[in-house]
Design a binder for this molecule. Structure first.
Ligand code: ACO
Length: 336
C-alpha cells in the first residue's frame, strides 16, 4: 500500500492591520536626544505606526487583521475552531486577548488563548496552531501576532523608544496534503536572558503601585547591546539549523522572513544563510519593530509575489530569551 500523504498545516490567507498615524524619526528628534542619521544607521528604521486612539488596543488591531484574513479566504468567523494570539501587550493581563478577538469577530465556535514569547511569539504560535491542524483536531486555526508597543515604550528613553511600533498580522491555517505548509521548526528559550529585556512592573512580582509607576517599571527595559549580541547569533544559528537538517541550499529558498528588530541583525542572518538581499523580506524602515506582528506583516506585504511551492524560512529572536526558525512551503499563488 502506498504511504498516505502527510497532513500538514498550510497558511491559506493573510491579513494585516497598521494604525494610520506615523511617528517619524523627525518626530522623535523633538522628544529625545536622538537624530535621524543615528536611528537609520543603527536600526534601519525611518518611521513607525502608532495606535493613538486611547479606546483601542491590541485586540482591536488583532481583530482587524483577522477579519481581513478571513474575508480574503471566504471563511466565516463561525468556521474558525481556534484563535491563538501572540502578544506581550494584551489589552489586560486577563482575560486573554484571544477571548476579546473571538467575541469581536463573532467566532462563536472558537476557543483560544494568548502566547507570550515576545518577538518570537508568532513563530511559536504558528507551530502550536499547526499541531492542532496536523493532528486532525481542528480544520481552521487563526494565528495572530499583534502588539501595541507604544503603550509600554518609555518615550523618555532614547535607547528603546526609537525601535518599536504598533501593528498586527493574522494567518489562517488549514490542512494540506500536497507537500505545502509548515514542514519543520526549531525553537529555543534561555531564561538566563530574562533580565536583558522585560517589563518589570505590573505583574505579580511588582504589582502596579504609585511607587512602581513613579519608578517607570511599567515600561519596557532593554539592555540593547546584550540583546543584540544574542539575537545576531540566535537568529542566524536557528535559520542555518533549519537549512542544514532539511538539506536546503540557498538556491532552494525563495525568501527569508526575519523578525524585524534591527536591519543589522537581519543582514547577519541572511549572510549566514548565504542569501542575497533580493531574498530577504525587509519592511523595518516603515514599521519599526512591531514585536509579534513583524512576521505576518512581512507575509502580508510580500503575499502578492509568493507562489505555491516557494520555500520560506521564518526566523525570530526576542525577550525571554526566545528564538527559532521555521521552514514553510507556501501554499498558493498571490495576486498583485
Ligand atoms: N540616539 C542617539 N544615540 C543613542 C540612541 C539614540 N536613539 N540610543 C542609544 N544611543 C547611544 C548610547 O547612549 C551609546 O552612547 P555611549 O557610547 O556614549 O554610551 C551609543 O549610542 C551606542 O549605544 P548602543 O546601545 O551600543 O547602540 P547599538 O549600536 O547597540 O544600538 C540598539 C542600540 C539599536 C538598541 C541595538 O542594540 C539593538 O538593536 N539591539 C537588539 C534589539 C533586539 O533585537 N531586541 C529583541 C527583540 S525586541 C522584543 O523581543 C520585545
Amino acid at each position: 500500500m502506498p504511504d498516505s500523504p502527510r497532513t500538514t498545516a498550510a497558511i491559506t490567507s493573510v491579513g494585516t492591520y497598521l494604525p494610520p498615524d506615523r511617528l517619524t524619526n523627525a518626530d522623535l528628534e523633538k522628544m529625545v536626544d536622538t537624530n535621524d542619521e543615528w536611528i537609520r544607521s543603527r536600526t534601519g528604521i525611518s518611521e513607525r505606526r502608532i495606535l493613538r486612539d486611547p479606546d483601542k488596543a491590541t485586540a482591536f488591531m488583532a481583530t482587524e487583521a483577522a477579519r481581513q484574513c478571513l474575508d480574503k479566504a471566504g471563511v466565516a468567523p463561525d468556521q474558525v475552531d481556534c484563535i491563538l494570539v501572540a502578544t506581550v501587550t494584551p489589552d489586560m493581563l486577563f482575560p486573554a486577548t484571544a477571548c476579546l478577538v473571538q467575541d469581536a469577530l463573532g467566532a462563536t465556535k472558537a476557543w483560544g488563548y494568548d502566547i507570550s514569547a515576545a518577538c518570537s511569539g508568532f513563530l511559536f504560535a504558528l507551530t502550536t496552531g499547526a499541531k492542532l491542524v496536523e493532528s486532525g483536531m481542528h480544520q481552521r486555526v487563526l494565528v495572530i501576532g499583534a502588539d501595541t508597543m507604544s503603550r509600554i515604550v518609555d518615550y523618555t528613553d532614547r535607547a528603546t523608544c526609537v525601535i518599536f511600533g504598533d501593528g498586527a498580522g493574522a494567518v489562517l491555517l488549514e490542512a494540506a496534503t500536497d507537500g505545502t505548509g509548515l514542514l519543520d521548526a526549531v525553537h529555543h528559550v534561555d531564561g538566563t536572558g530574562a533580565g536583558s529585556l522585560r517589563q518589570p512592573g505590573g505583574g505579580s512580582m511588582r504589582p502596579a503601585t504609585h511607587e512602581t509607576v513613579d519608578a517607570r517599571l511599567h515600561y519596557l527595559k532593554q539592555d540593547g547591546r546584550a540583546v543584540f549580541k544574542r539575537a545576531v547569533v540566535g537568529m542566524a544559528e536557528a535559520a542555518a539549523e533549519i537549512m542544514e537538517r532539511n538539506d536546503l541550499a540557498p538556491d532552494d529558498i525563495r525568501y527569508l522572513v526575519p523578525h524585524q528588530a534591527n536591519l543589522r541583525i537581519i543582514e547577519a542572518t541572511a549572510r549566514r544563510m548565504g542569501l542575497g538581499a533580493d531574498k530577504v523580506m525587509v519592511n523595518i524602515e516603515h514599521y519599526g519593530n512591531t514585536t509579534a506582528a513583524t512576521l505576518p506583516l512581512c507575509l502580508g506585504d510580500w503575499e502578492g509575489q509568493l507562489r505555491a511551492g516557494d520555500n520560506l524560512v521564518l526566523a525570530a529572536f526576542g525577550g525571554g530569551f526566545t528564538w527559532g526558525a521555521t521552514w514553510l512551503k507556501w501554499a498558493y499563488d498571490g495576486s498583485e
